[in-house]
Design a protein around this ligand. Structure first.
Ligand SMILES: [Zn+2]
Length: 253
């Protein structure tokens, strides 16, 4: 099971960690104790998951740490067990074309293809575009790595549907109500042509709403808390983190 575990080798070198800690805002703004925890998790992540470049992309050591560190932010308080059941991350240089088939309501099968910045397969790999990874972590509300990891957490209890397995102390009915209300509110604003503070991609479906609000939770928590404070509170209980507090501690941005 731990074929990829090399206990004598540190997967994260000091130089690679320093680069991420200094230049990636989402890591740079962490308190020292959280950053230490994140480094340890990043190390475990790199030892237990397989990260590979594809489509001619050379995933060097620095890039591996950039991906792994951001992947570990959502599980900073949950631990690596939350990423059980899958092992592989594949990174393309840019957007990649995803193909599949779907059956419409009349039973006719259609082939589709679309360009994507990331995707997660149920119990399968996560696929990422490096171009989008490089645009993530700047505390601007966009993070393709966190987005796909949120889908992975959502898939722990079946297909992604915006309803991941909750902690025992959480109330499933409250989660459902809070997320449904916010999802409907965003959809109505998008339909009305309003410019929304949360990326309108979140209105695509409850699964995307959970993944996109997770990006905002870690990247722009003040924006999410302003728009949908109850969603922020549910995510705080789910991730067992309070990124707003981090900003307050840092004296605001
Ligand atoms: Zn998505």
């Amino acid at each position: 099971m731990f074929r990829f575990l090399h206990p004598k080798r540190s997967a994260v070198t000091d130089a690679a960690w320093q680069a991420v800690r200094e230049s990636l805002p989402i890591v740079a703004t962490l308190a020292e104790s959280d950053a230490g925890k994140l480094r340890a998790l990043t190390d475990t992540f790199l030892r237990t998951k397989s990260l590979e470049g594809a489509g001619g992309f050379d995933l060097d050591e620095g890039s591996r740490v950039v991906v792994a560190a951001q992947a570990c932010i959502p599980v900073l308080a949950l631990g690596m067990e939350a990423y059980t059941g899958w092992r592989s991350i594949i990174v393309y240089p840019g957007g990649f074309v995803s193909r599949g088939t779907s059956v419409d309501e009349t039973g006719v099968e259609h082939e589709w293809e679309e360009e994507r910045s990331g995707e997660s397969w149920f119990r399968g790999p996560v696929v990422l575009s490096w171009e989008d990874v490089a645009a993530s972590g700047r505390l601007e509300g966009y993070n393709v790595v966190i987005h796909e990891m949120a889908h992975k957490l959502d898939m722990l209890n079946g297909d992604a549907n915006g309803f991941p397995p909750l902690h025992a102390e959480m109330d499933g009915a409250a989660w459902y109500r809070v997320f449904s209300d916010a999802f409907e509110d965003l959809g109505a604003r998008v339909d009305a042509g309003e410019e929304t503070a949360i990326d309108e991609y979140a209105a695509e479906g409850p699964d995307e709403f959970f993944a996109v609000t997770s990006e905002y939770f870690f990247e722009l928590p003040e924006v999410l808390d302003e728009c949908y404070p109850q969603v922020y509170a549910e995510l705080r209980a789910f991730y067992r983190q309070d990124p707003l507090g981090r900003i307050v501690a840092a004296g605001g941005r």
